[in-house]
Design a protein around this ligand. Structure first.
Ligand code: PMV
Length: 317
């Protein structure tokens, strides 16, 4: 039997970094997915196949003994094997069309889909249980995660999220035309989050003013989303970018990309940790063919739709 599950990529529309320090963020799931297939084997090993390579370790191995990108899968396998004794081996295969390491939630989507896929071999779990377990799995690589990414990959759509209250589904925003452009500079979320914590330590007063500004901005965004007011949404994206510039997670490449898209977008900003990764812009469909000339050949771009499905399971006998 094979257990197959998939989960969508995500973007952070508003509030990245500040969400780590307790403010709200608004995230959206998008139409790129990772699919994880799990099956029992008789090999007495946990085997993981992905674009990043293959590992095969004895069943008794701890997740701490493997390279970081494989840790969540070995962790999940161990958790499930421990509570289900009669397992002789597991093989987990990851297929993804989500670009890696550029702020589109690849690792969270993998954790959500892997939790659903592996647990699906044993029993059905609720989305809530799946989410809890996938956040634990993600913490094996990124202990400080706010949990926002796994939450939106689980439920799909557009959500508002904060660390204390969790998630709240937002109004339908299917009219959003989002252009996602990849700087092709990989980033380390952990390093960027540490940098922002340092900024906060050095200037507590300004950081708390910025958190208050971000909170006000998100309240205004919620009204704009409800009213399908794209002009205000675009303006709020650009305003949010100013706060991200101030906490120093931007750089010349990202500023250059945002500047280049100015004439065709209602607003643009970094999405995710910054220091590389992707820029999102609110762009009219008819302007999409102008993008290559504006951005240059060395950047990737695609137009994204909001995914409303979240995590999906299927079983193959
Ligand atoms: O770039 P990403 O996808 O790793 O996004 C991280 C978002 C942060 O707010 C910077 C961290 C977090 O855990 O929310």
């Amino acid at each position: 039997m094979k257990s197959i599950a998939s989960a969508p990529a995500k973007i952070i529309l508003f509030g990245e970094h500040f969400v780590v320090h307790g403010t709200k963020a608004i995230l959206a799931a998008i139409d790129k997915r990772v699919t994880v297939t799990s099956a029992f084997t008789d090999n007495k090993t946990i085997k993981v196949n992905s674009q990043l390579g293959t590992i095969e370790v004895p069943m008794s191995s701890s997740h701490e003994e493997v390279e970081s990108e494989f840790r969540p899968f070995v962790y999940l396998a161990n958790e499930m094997i421990t509570s289900n004794q009669n397992v002789n081996g597991l093989e987990i295969t990851i297929n993804s069309d989500i670009p890696i390491g550029v702020g589109l939630g690849s690792s969270s989507a993998c954790c959500v889909a892997a939790t659903a896929s592996i647990s699906g071999l044993f029993k059905e779990v609720s989305s809530e249980e799946n989410l809890k377990m996938s956040i634990k799995a993600e913490k094996t690589i990124f202990p400080d995660t706010s949990g926002a990414d796994c939450t939106v990959c689980t439920y799909g759509g557009i959500i508002e999220y904060d660390k204390i209250n969790g998630s709240k589904k937002n109004t339908d925003a299917s009219n959003l035309n989002l252009l996602i452009t990849n700087s092709m500079i990989p980033h380390s979320t952990k390093r960027s989050v540490e940098k922002v914590s340092k900024f906060k330590e050095d200037d507590e007063e300004r950081f708390s003013q910025l958190c208050a500004l971000e909170t006000k901005l998100i309240d205004e965004v919620n009204i704009a989303l409800k009213n399908k007011d794209l002009i205000t949404l675009g303006l709020k994206m650009s305003e949010n970018q100013k706060y991200l510039e101030e906490i120093q997670v931007s750089n010349d490449t990202l500023r250059g990309m945002i500047g280049s898209l100015k004439e065709i977008s209602l607003g643009a900003k970094i999405t995710g940790a910054g220091d590389g990764g992707c820029v999102i812009a609110l762009v009219k469909d008819e302007n999409l063919d102008k993008v290559p000339a504006l951005l240059g050949k060395d950047k990737e771009y695609f137009s994204a739709k909001i995914d409303t499905n979240g995590v999906e399971w299927e079983k193959e006998k």
